[in-house]
Write a protein that binds this ligand. Structure first.
Ligand SMILES: NC(=O)c1ccc[n+]([C@@H]2O[C@H](COP(=O)([O-])OP(=O)(O)OC[C@H]3O[C@@H](n4cnc5c(N)ncnc54)[C@H](O)[C@@H]3O)[C@@H](O)[C@H]2O)c1
Length: 352
């Protein structure tokens, strides 16, 4: 039985997908690849054309109001892929309807909202998880094994770099939620991936400082108000340091680079290079390829989303906790809030 008190289910899990935008095909593929374990039974998007197109393709009901999808008796769990400001109200509605939930990151836009959702899910006895695909990236899974088996040792420095181009999305009037507060902002949208990984792999963060960049705003991308770049640095409880840089104004495919330097070894992962991951034993070792990591610059994110869907379904069906707990996802939002606090105060170091 998982911590929410849910005992598991038999038979395929009825999946209802709410939000049929850019990220939805990867999630739908993930659930459709689990015959016998999950069945997509309903979809929803406020945009009637999207709801009709997907519902016709899948031969399932298509709704434009999430409350109608949540009232569908075949829906056991809601997969919520909505603009960030809608995460809290729609997750709350799904939990109140007694549905298990996985929502795209961030869980909500403040830690207080996250706490409300965690408490509500616990009280209702449903599973609440977050579709945090970083938890399922092949190279990060191998790095976690290295950490757990002592091959990296105490961490001295973690550096993370997320790069990509959000400029056209930030300029697109049809994607207005992305260029306003709580939208496609470097810290809330992208750094939360890294913050989740810090929580998963390392000691708690005790302090951090942050600055932001607004290349799109400065270069006249209409209507954009959010930061498209950020640098967040800080310290772990064990004394090691981390540095996170986000740049969403670069004309490169979406990439993630993680460098982890420990007392016993170091590893560098870069999703756009071949090999993706190299392990260094010490200062005299020029590195060896980390085994078990495929090079897939086009598909690594999608593959990790598919693994996330499988984990969520198997967790709900078996009654175990999902790999991504809502608590850990809330921690990522907590670090994001601390980073915004630092930015507001001029980039000062703040306690977490
Ligand atoms: N993990 C990742 O790498 C990754 C990548 C992209 C997006 N995301 C996350 O996925 C979520 C969605 O992002 P996206 O890029 O697909 O956004 P999007 O704007 O492309 O899609 C959002 C969809 O929600 C629909 N919608 C808006 N309000 C609605 C409502 N009230 N009811 C039903 N539908 C509604 C819109 O019509 C749109 O189709 C966000 O949380 C984002 O952070 C994650």
């Amino acid at each position: 039985m998982n911590p929410e008190g849910h005992a598991g289910t038999s038979g395929p899990l009825g999946v209802g997908v709410i939000g049929l935008g850019r990220v939805s095909p990867a999630h739908l593929e993930g659930y459709l690849a689990l015959p016998g374990e999950a069945q997509v039974v309903a979809v929803c998007d406020i945009d009637r054309r999207k709801a009709d197109a997907v519902s016709t393709g899948l031969g399932v009901p298509g709704f434009t109001d999430h409350t109608d999808l949540l009232a569908h008796p075949g829906v056991d769990c809601a997969v919520i892929l909505l603009p960030h400001l809608l995460h809290h109200p729609v997750v709350a509605a799904a939990v109140a309807a007694g549905k298990h939930v996985t929502v795209e990151k961030p869980l909500a836009v403040s830690e207080a909202q996250c706490r409300e959702l965690i408490d509500a899910a616990r009280a209702r006895g449903v599973v609440l998880s977050v579709s945090e695909n970083s938890r399922f990236v092949e190279s990060y899974l191998r790095v976690k094994e290295l950490l757990d088996t002592g091959r990296i040792g105490g961490v001295r420095l973690v550096r993370a770099f997320i790069s990509g181009s959000a400029v056209s999305e930030l300029a697109d009037p049809d994607e207005s939620w992305k260029h306003q507060d709580f939208g496609f902002a470097a810290i809330l949208d992208a750094a939360t991936h890294v913050f989740y990984v810090l929580r998963w792999m390392f000691e708690p963060v005790v302090s951090l400082q942050a600055t932001t960049r607004h290349w799109s705003v400065d270069h006249g991308v209409p209507k954009s108000t959010v930061e498209d770049g950020a640098v967040v640095t800080g310290r772990f409880a064990g004394g090691g340091h981390f540095s996170v840089e986000i740049a969403l104004n670069l004309e490169v495919p979406w990439g993630e680079r993680f460098e982890i330097y420990g007392e016993a070894g170091s590893v560098v992962c870069d999703q756009l290079t071949d090999p993706v991951a190299t392990f260094y034993r010490d200062a005299s070792d020029f590195g060896s390829v980390l085994p078990g990591v495929s090079t897939d610059p086009r598909g690594w994110r999608t593959a990790s989303m598919h693994r996330g869907a499988a984990d969520f379904v198997r967790a709900v069906r078996s009654g175990r906790s999902p790999a991504v707990t809502a608590e850990d996802a809330a921690y990522a939002v907590r670090l994001a809030e601390a980073a915004y606090r630092s930015v507001r105060e001029g980039g000062v170091m703040v306690s977490v």
